[in-house]
Design a protein around this ligand. Sequence first.
Ligand SMILES: [Zn+2]
Ligand SMILES: [Zn+2]
Length: 287
Amino acid sequence: MAIAAFFASHWLLAVFFQSFFHHRYGAHRMFSMSRAWERFFYLGAYVVQGSSFLDPRGYGILHRLHHAFSDGARDPHSPENHTNVWSMMWATKREYDRYAHHGEQPEPRFMGGLPSWPAVDRIGQSWASRFVFMGLYTAFYVTFATAWWQYLLLPVHFIMGPVHGAIVNWCGHRYGYRNFALPDKSRNSLVVDMLCVGELYQNNHHKYPMSPDFAARWFEFDPTFAVMRVLAWLGIIEFGAHVQRMRLTERAIARAGEAGAPQACEAVQPEESAGLSDDAVPVTELG
Ligand SMILES: [Zn+2]
Ligand SMILES: [Zn+2]
């Protein structure tokens, strides 16, 4: 029971911080918060992501590249460019490493407004820190595990961030349904996404990248947005004036689908269209 509770908490907290802080705040700047709250959530991300802490700056650059070149040759993690999920994960890691340690710089348009705290990034990405967290997870299992097979979950704790990234990037561009016809392969994998707290509404998100609510239809539910509404009500975050609305009526969804790029246009290379619909521009305008 303790192991199940620990696994579920670590899973949900880690993916929530990735979605809320790295993705919606860092990469997209859908909302603002005070410097003190930014530091609070930055440290929180380090603690809950632990051994697989992702530098928000490196994550943000990769994610902006993903939006600009979605499913094209320069997409850092498209299933279109790989035959299996392991090869995609390895390529994503290599691309992440290029930017995450303040090494290479991408084009300036992908750089603006990314949160950065070099001391936390340095410590969080050090092997010493990663091994300390792995030791803590192992100690918890040694103390509370009641069957040998429970140890099979331990490696997932070690690489929790990349596991979430792989699920979202592989499934979200391969399995599920589409509300909007787009030039990329993005899909909504789940109707109620409790597994990745809203991140699996990739098709909705690629259509309206600046909508803080990733759910578009009456039966879809985005848990991270529900938490964000509470944080906004408490005055901890403030939604920007440039955010988009995506909650649409069924009729509007049908209209948007007809007006968007038809499915037959999937052969158009995203690079040629820059992968950017009018709606997608704000993410790179920040630069
Ligand atoms: Zn995507
Ligand atoms: Zn995004």
